[in-house]
Ligand binder design. Structure first.
Ligand SMILES: [Zn+2]
Length: 134
């Protein structure tokens, strides 16, 4: 797997995810924030929406906001969790990996790898992925 150092744009995206989580954090309801940077240069952020232990992840909400604004090409994405800043940079779940891959196989995913915040292409996180969109 090919992990890379994060850069200033990645740090700005982490901040956007932290900001949306700070603004909306609620125990058991909204505990993760995500931000996605699109090829247009716009960033979309969102929090997870939990209901009875299940609900869409923050990455899905952020991507849904971007798609609703006619964005389809995602360059970078990150999710953060925890009540207090600095929030922990999280790894996307399997469903989110597939979702990101479906739209943008070359999208960078910012995550914590071996205790260090790094980035990797989503296609590296989901080898031999199912694809219905080629
Ligand atoms: Zn997820």
């Amino acid at each position: 797997m090919k992990y890379f150092e994060i850069d200033q744009k990645d740090r700005e995206l982490i901040q956007a995810a932290s900001d949306v989580l700070e603004k909306n954090y609620r125990d058991f309801r909204h505990t993760v924030g995500a931000a996605v940077l699109c090829s247009s240069g716009k960033t979309y952020a969102g929090v997870n929406v939990d209901s009875c232990g299940y609900g869409p992840c923050a990455e899905t909400i952020a991507i849904g906001r971007a798609i609703s604004d006619s964005e389809r090409d995602f360059k970078r994405i990150v999710a953060v969790g925890g009540e207090k800043s600095p929030h922990q940079v999280m790894s996307p779940c399997g469903n989110c990996r597939q979702l990101i891959f479906d739209y943008a196989p070359d999208c960078w995913v910012i995550l914590t790898h071996k205790g260090k915040v790094s980035k990797i292409k989503v296609k590296e996180l989901i080898p031999d992925a199912y694809s219905n969109f080629e």
